[in-house]
Write a protein that binds this ligand. Structure first.
Ligand SMILES: [Zn+2]
Length: 400
């Protein structure tokens, strides 16, 4: 601990070479994780400063870390208010003293008083409204929005900025947006995935279920994309990039399980969500599904898993529970199926998704009964229907 402290105190980022900078980058990430675990503010600040400096050198995006750092740094007592943008109006700092509405003559006004001072007054006219920013008294900056029509500003406030948005027409009459779901049939092309009894291939089964699931979800009113519609190979990272690009609300990766040789024919449906927590079983399954990732050593993997977004882990966990429950409910209308449970696991296809993401192992291709079932069209339909119902249950519970 002393060594790490000394290290981070004396140096920021070693930029003498790319390799050194990368080394430091990972060291600071490591330090940050430790600081998070210890809840040590000083260490967090040091680590974040290091990450940011390394990121700058390595040309990496550090916005998120900068925001985290800004939240940790002590606030100054008195600040000049900085105008970052005028339309929408974004300012820093953002301490609101007063906020009220006025009607003067034909004008509706929304007034916001902020603590601070401003160097220059602003008078600005936009299409539907006007904006005035001026010093009101020694410690107060007054912002006035005015318009001939009634309106209400949207305010977004975080630790460093306040954004005031004049409502636009499209926002008032906003249409209900279709939810977007990306289904990822695992493997494909040269990668057959698991090969089970009678040479039954994982890549074929998952594609069939994916296509069924797509039809069901579309009928329910969702917008659905598949990462592949045919038997072709796609890299893991391209699958998640695709989901991010489509701005998906949910990501579902479909797989079938394979039992290791010395195990007795295990069975059951399992739903995984991405998490740094790992059980023996999750590691075994992940090792198979992660085959493609070779360039990362254990430390890199740990750092990345350590950086997962907590809220998304919780959301993915909730989503996994709804899906698992509904698959069992649906399939058990006709067949017996073992509940393999909802499990956290380090799956790389789920790393990097910006939305709740799960991976479903729909049964064991090495189990004679399940291999037979997985080939059956009506079993595939029941699984797809169960997943669809799980999706609906998740949305119903968590959004209105
Ligand atoms: Zn698989």
């Amino acid at each position: 601990m002393f060594l790490i402290f000394l290290f981070s105190f004396l140096f920021a980022c070693n930029t003498s070479s790319l390799k050194n900078a990368y080394n430091d980058y990972y060291k600071y990430q490591q330090l940050y994780i430790e600081a998070l675990l210890d809840n040590n503010k000083e260490e967090k600040i040091k680590a974040l400063k290091g990450i940011i400096e390394c990121s700058k050198f390595l040309n990496k995006d550090y916005k998120e870390y900068q925001e985290k750092l800004n939240k940790l740094l002590p606030k100054k007592k008195f600040n000049f208010i900085k105008i970052i943008s005028l339309n929408p109006l974004t300012l820093s700092p953002a301490e609101i003293k007063k906020h009220f509405f006025l009607k003067r003559g034909k004008y509706y006004k929304e007034v916001i008083d902020l603590k601070g001072a401003i160097r220059k007054r602003v008078f600005k006219k936009f299409k539907n409204y006007g904006l005035i920013i001026a010093q009101y008294d020694k410690n107060t900056v007054r912002i006035v929005f005015y318009s001939t029509k009634p309106f209400k500003l949207k305010k977004i406030k975080n630790a460093t900025t306040l954004t005031l948005i004049y409502p636009t027409k499209t926002k008032i009459a906003k249409k209900k947006k279709k939810r977007v779901i990306v289904i990822d049939p695992g493997h494909g092309g040269i990668d057959a995935g698991g090969v089970g009894i009678k040479r039954i291939k994982e890549k074929d089964i998952v594609l069939k279920v994916a296509l069924k699931l797509k039809n069901i979800l579309q009928k329910m009113g969702y917008r659905v994309y598949l990462t592949r519609y045919s038997d072709r190979f796609i890299k893991l990272k391209n699958r998640t990039h695709f989901a991010n690009r489509k701005k998906a609300d949910l990501f579902i990766s479909l797989h079938c399980n394979i039992a290791p040789r010395h195990h007795k024919a295990p069975r059951g449906v399992e739903t995984y969500f991405l998490s740094p927590n790992r059980s023996e079983r999750a590691i075994r399954v992940a090792r198979f599904e992660n085959k493609e990732i070779k360039g990362l050593n254990y430390l890199d993997q740990r750092v990345i898993l350590g950086f997962l977004n907590r809220d998304r882990i919780i959301e993915s966990n909730k989503f996994a529970i709804d899906v698992q429950k509904n698959i069992l409910k649906e399939v058990r209308k006709r067949y017996y199926i073992k509940d393999g449970g909802v499990r956290p696991g380090p799956f790389w296809v789920l790393v990097g998704t910006q939305m709740p993401a799960i991976l479903i192992e729909m049964g064991y291709l090495t189990n004679p009964i399940e291999a037979k079932l997985l080939k059956k069209r009506d079993y595939q339909t029941l699984i797809a229907r169960g997943i669809a119902k799980g999706i609906k249950a998740y949305f119903d519970k968590n959004f209105h």
